[in-house]
Design a binder for this molecule. Structure first.
Ligand code: PHE
Length: 449
């Protein structure tokens, strides 16, 4: 993100912008969360629902958030207030920005815990812990990590500390430039693992599991999980993309850029599925084993493939890196907001917000051990944070953003800004006014009744 610092800073190129957006979007959501959600939902039904949600809900909302951000040129709360008042609408639209900031805050608390797991696995794989181990031994190592509140706290702290330092001293642009090299490498290793799987069995079964349509499994729960995940994986419904949009130059084509980001994000998630499920099937593991899925499957492959120690170490390092680029985008809005709205300096704002997030993260990681029977509406704290954000805050915030754009803003100027012909704009309007909002509402109403 090469920023040229006149007035409100701007991305100097659309490429820099794509990098920052992909940096935020591609992360644990693609490699850790997507596969285990597929597994919990029984396979292809989730994949299909997810692809629909990405195309018909996620994509238009991503465009809406960027467009609103580019109009407003401020932090998300002020952007929504300004754009609303300049369109003659109520200031209370600022709430959309606020709920987004809250979402980032809550997500980062448990995100950092998983970032910590990935870091811990870098050290485990690098020291050859999994070499020659069978699935039982690999599973036992994972369970032992979960059972130790101390271990989880240490790694969560390291992850959160890195994130805070990067945001605090303001070197996010350097990190995002590094992403230009590291993200393609992550993609490459994913494909190496997929290649290994093609040779080592379970591949056909995994492809069938992921892609053979089985609509009987398409329940309301699966649909709401897929919808929530579409928001999570694209980093929308949070104000992050609104904030990014505010740095976006006029010349950037929003639709094309969104297409690039959405395709990259989806390809990485599907590749992660093809990297993991063959190992699950060929080792007789349970696809529905939850958040530990990548940690009990990938090490088996790394323990037995040639150069597995190097490839595995690198892979978990790259996952951690991808997680950090997402984490900084989760922390940044809170820090920026505190900086603009209070007298705190950037450093103080970073320390205050990351300390609170860190504490909340400790509550989340205790769900796996000491506090496993502490529940909120039948969910442990970790799951409660995850569900509250993915299933409620993100979709509702995103819904409000698309409604605002499609029903409250001047449509002619939007057509111009998107550079669409009349016919194409009509299709856009059908999706933005009806398909996306109705999909969110229908899924919700179904889930509530
Ligand atoms: N999109 C990121 C991922 O898939 C997570 C994230 C969610 C980041 C929301 C920012 C905002 O890992």
């Amino acid at each position: 993100m090469a920023i040229n610092k006149q007035e409100h800073a701007q991305w100097s190129s659309s490429f820099g912008f794509v990098l920052a957006a992909v940096g935020s979007a591609v992360g644990l959501g693609n490699i850790w969360k997507f596969p285990y959600m597929v597994g919990e939902s029984g396979g292809s039904a989730f994949v299909i629902a997810y692809l629909f949600c990405i195309a018909l809900v996620g994509f238009p909302i991503l465009v809406a958030e960027w467009l609103i951000g580019r109009r407003g040129q401020k932090n998300p709360v002020n952007t929504f207030v300004d754009v609303a008042t300049s369109e003659g609408k109520s200031r209370s639209w600022g709430i959309i920005g606020a709920s987004g900031i809250l979402g980032g805050f809550l997500i980062l608390s448990f995100y950092s815990v998983i970032g910590g797991w990935a870091l811990n696995y870098v050290t485990k794989i690098a020291t050859g812990q999994f070499v020659g181990q069978d699935s039982d031994a690999v599973g036992a190592t994972f369970d032992a990590m979960l059972a130790s509140a101390g271990t989880l706290t240490i790694w969560h702290t390291v992850f959160m500390f890195f994130t805070a330092v990067i945001v605090g001293i303001g070197v996010t642009s350097g990190i995002e430039r590094t992403a230009k090299i590291l993200m393609p490498l992550l993609g490459l290793i994913l494909f190496v693992i997929v290649g290994y799987n093609v040779m080592n069995g379970g591949f056909g079964e995994a492809v069938a599991y992921l892609f053979t349509p089985d609509l009987s499994k398409l329940t309301e729960d699966v649909m709401i999980a897929a919808l929530g995940h579409a928001f999570f994986t694209l980093s929308i419904g949070m104000g992050i993309m609104v904030a990014y949009g505010s740095y976006l130059g006029r010349e950037v084509n929003l639709l094309k850029t969104a297409r690039t980001v959405v395709i990259l994000d989806t390809v990485i998630a599907l590749a992660a599925g093809l990297a993991i499920f063959p190992i699950i099937f060929s080792n007789g593991l349970d696809p529905a084993s939850g958040p530990g899925l990548i940690f009990v499957s990938l090490p088996i492959a790394f323990g037995s493939m040639g150069a597995g120690t190097i490839i595995g170490t690198l892979f978990f390092l790259l996952i951690t890196f991808a997680a950090v680029t997402s984490a900084i985008s989760l922390l940044e809005p809170t820090v920026e907001f505190l900086e603009e709205r209070t007298s705190m300096s950037r450093t103080v704002a970073t320390i205050v917000s990351s300390t609170i997030i860190w504490l909340l993260g400790i509550a989340a990681l205790l769900s796996f051990n000491l506090w496993s029977d502490v529940t909120i509406l039948d969910n442990n704290i970790f799951d409660a944070l995850d569900k509250l954000t993915s299933k409620f805050i993100l979709p509702l915030t995103g819904l409000a953003a698309i409604i605002f754009l499609a029903w409250r803003m001047d449509q002619r100027s939007i057509q111009q800004e998107l550079g669409l012909s009349n016919g194409a704009f009509q299709i856009w309007q059908i999706v933005a006014k009806f398909v996306a909002p109705i999909a969110v509402v229908v899924v919700f109403v179904n889930a509530l009744i």
